[in-house]
Design a binder for this molecule. Structure first.
Ligand SMILES: *[C@@H]1O[C@H](CO)[C@@H](O)[C@H](O)[C@H]1NC(C)=O
Ligand SMILES: *[C@@H]1O[C@H](CO)[C@@H](O)[C@H](O)[C@H]1NC(C)=O
Ligand SMILES: *[C@@H]1O[C@H](CO)[C@@H](O)[C@H](O)[C@H]1NC(C)=O
Ligand SMILES: *[C@@H]1O[C@H](CO)[C@@H](O)[C@H](O)[C@H]1NC(C)=O
Length: 210
């Protein structure tokens, strides 16, 4: 019984995870529907598609599409996500941030935002195919950690944003490698570092095991 349920869940996930986001307006609508921008106080009018894909050992990677529901169990053993971009000018470097505004629970997010990843110096890979992989030239400021949910929590919105990297970003001291991940404020960080508004993004609804 348990086996067949898992098999069913896996099969439906494979079906769900073939596609990445393909439309900027669909991404924007999904962000609006999930009240992300009002909760974060962020302005987001995406001009590029950010593709996020989690490598899974021996399996096809899990692709994130804006608003996709992924049970925690289905992501066990995933590696840090890979990022790529569709539609960007590649004459600049990029910054990627991954945050959870719903920790420990969406009803009472007192430790939010959790900063699951923050890294700069991502460049488009040299091949000119679409999508173009984003490859980092330096270590992340905050290394990726995968979210975990308290057992009674509703799904968390795990949000991925892409920014153009402003001049001087590498010398910023507002978030260092040892800065606690909790109580992060992406809007304030973007403001003090000159990141401006994100140019791309997507998110998943990361939920309990079914
Ligand atoms: C993910 O990124 C790593 C490091 O850049 C690379 O070695 C790996 O091939 C990438 N995996 C996929 C599925 O693109
Ligand atoms: C990148 O290229 C675009 C289009 O050619 C141009 O508008 C923009 O100013 C360039 N950006 C940089 C940082 O050179
Ligand atoms: C990344 O891109 C920037 C802007 O185009 C460029 O100045 C820099 O040299 C690139 N870095 C690497 C490691 O290719
Ligand atoms: C790119 O980022 C990953 C994760 O932070 C890190 O392990 C790797 O060393 C970085 N690449 C370079 C060239 O620093």
């Amino acid at each position: 019984m348990r086996f067949s349920l898992n098999t069913f869940v896996l099969a439906s996930l494979v079906g769900m995870t073939i596609g990445q986001d393909t439309s900027l307006s669909t991404v924007k609508k999904a962000f609006d529907n999930a009240a992300i921008l009002s909760d974060l106080g962020i302005t987001f009018n995406p001009s590029v598609l950010l593709e996020v894909s989690y490598p899974v050992p021996e399996q096809r990677p899990i692709a994130i599409r804006a608003g996709i529901e992924l049970p925690q169990k289905s992501m066990r053993g995933v590696g840090p996500p890979n990022f790529s971009v569709v539609g960007a000018q590649c004459n600049t470097s990029f910054v990627v941030a991954v945050i959870d505004p719903d920790a420990p629970t969406p009803e009472n997010p007192i430790t939010s935002q959790i900063r699951h990843f923050l890294g700069g110096n991502f460049n488009c890979s040299s091949e000119n195919n679409t999508p173009r992989s984003l490859v980092n030239a330096t270590a992340a400021i905050t290394e990726y950690t995968h979210p975990t949910l308290p057992t009674d929590s509703a799904a968390h919105r795990i949000i991925y944003f892409l920014f153009k990297q402003p001049a001087g970003f590498v010398s910023q001291k507002f978030v260092m490698h040892n800065t606690p991940r909790e109580h992060f404020d992406l809007k304030a960080f973007a403001s003090v570092t000159g990141l401006g508004d994100p140019i791309g993004g997507t998110f998943m609804l990361f939920g309990q095991n079914p």
